[in-house]
Design a protein around this ligand. Sequence first.
Ligand code: CA2
Length: 149
Amino acid sequence: MSTVFVLNGPNLNLLGTREPAIYGSTTLADIEALCRTEAGKHGLSVDFRQSNLEGVLVDWIHEAGRAFAAGTLKGVVFNAGAYTHTSLALADATKATGIPLVEVHISNVHAREPVRHHSFLSPVARGIIVGFGPLGYALGIAALASLTA
Ligand code: CA2
């Protein structure tokens, strides 16, 4: 069975516990369950992870690249959190691996502070889903499932 990595960056472990006006009341565990349900509809399995450390996320993108090259990975759904707006390293890793990556944001980053309007990941992403709340993760998995190349 092909796998989808669902990777989450800094502070996303706090979902559902703080700032519900921006991020809602859904927890990261709820999102993981949603991802497993969506992936199951497409015959995919999910490897769901969260880290607050940029280097760990880089290592996971490299791991995804090896799995993609081996033919066991369909792609990556990635909410890089605030690293979206700061990390050339994550963009370089994504570009180097050539993996299909869907950039997801729970909030509409373009309706927020200007610092959140720029993404280092968007130029190397296969596609981008922002502003649909946790549903964005499921949409990202469905998008990856639909890819033929
Ligand atoms: O909207 C998104 O998904 C973001 O990636 C979330 C990041 C933010 O830095 C991006 O600009 C947009 C923040 C994730 C932190 O999530 C929290 C959840 C609850 C309480 C505090 C932070």
